[in-house]
Ligand binder design. Sequence first.
Ligand code: BMP
Length: 216
Amino acid sequence: MALILAIDRPLDASLVRSICGDVDGIKVGLPPVLKAGIDWALEVARSCSKLTILDFKLADIGAIMEASIEPFLGDYDAYIAHSFIGAEGALSELKELLDRRGRKLILVASMSHPGSRDVYDPSIQMIEDVIDGIGPWGLVAPATRPQIVRRLRTRYPDKVILSPGVGAQGAKPGSAICAGATYEIVGRMITGSRDPAEAARRVREAQDEEAGRCRG
Ligand code: BMP
């Protein structure tokens, strides 16, 4: 299994519990927290005893990033931040806080939308310097551009790589795993389905099939 459910709308905690068995973890984005509130986000994290990721795509000075995630630190395992903000006064402080609290940092190395080619991809060398300096637990890299996933996997053989862009954004389930990702992040393909737990199982099957093909 190599599947993280992206929750970008306020799903019922009971629904999340019913999907939880079919995924490796959940990633909660900012829109449902703004709509349904912090208590909802904490309830959702408590409803799934797998990897829980808070995805606010942090990109601020250290003190503000710390304040943004403080209410969640008791319940979420990992936190996603942008890498382009650099280390001193920003990511170094965030990493220190997360280390102190026994939590994980995930850095965005590149993104899945086409515009990411304008800035993130040409800057990949600088981004890798930031990654090297900070030493995050995980990296986000686009399923939509597997060559980036391949590059990062070669450079970081031991890091967790999480790849969004599967399903609604066009990449095939399993394709990022074949390029070296640890997990594929899938949202609307599952949450937009009438039976999300069944949809998650179908994504897993498709991942296994594709991974079987590429690994021979
Ligand atoms: P969907 O499968 O519905 O397209 O959702 C993708 C999820 O991955 C969303 O939560 C989005 O915030 C996230 N994501 C992305 O799509 N591209 C990135 O480059 C980084 C992301 O975290």
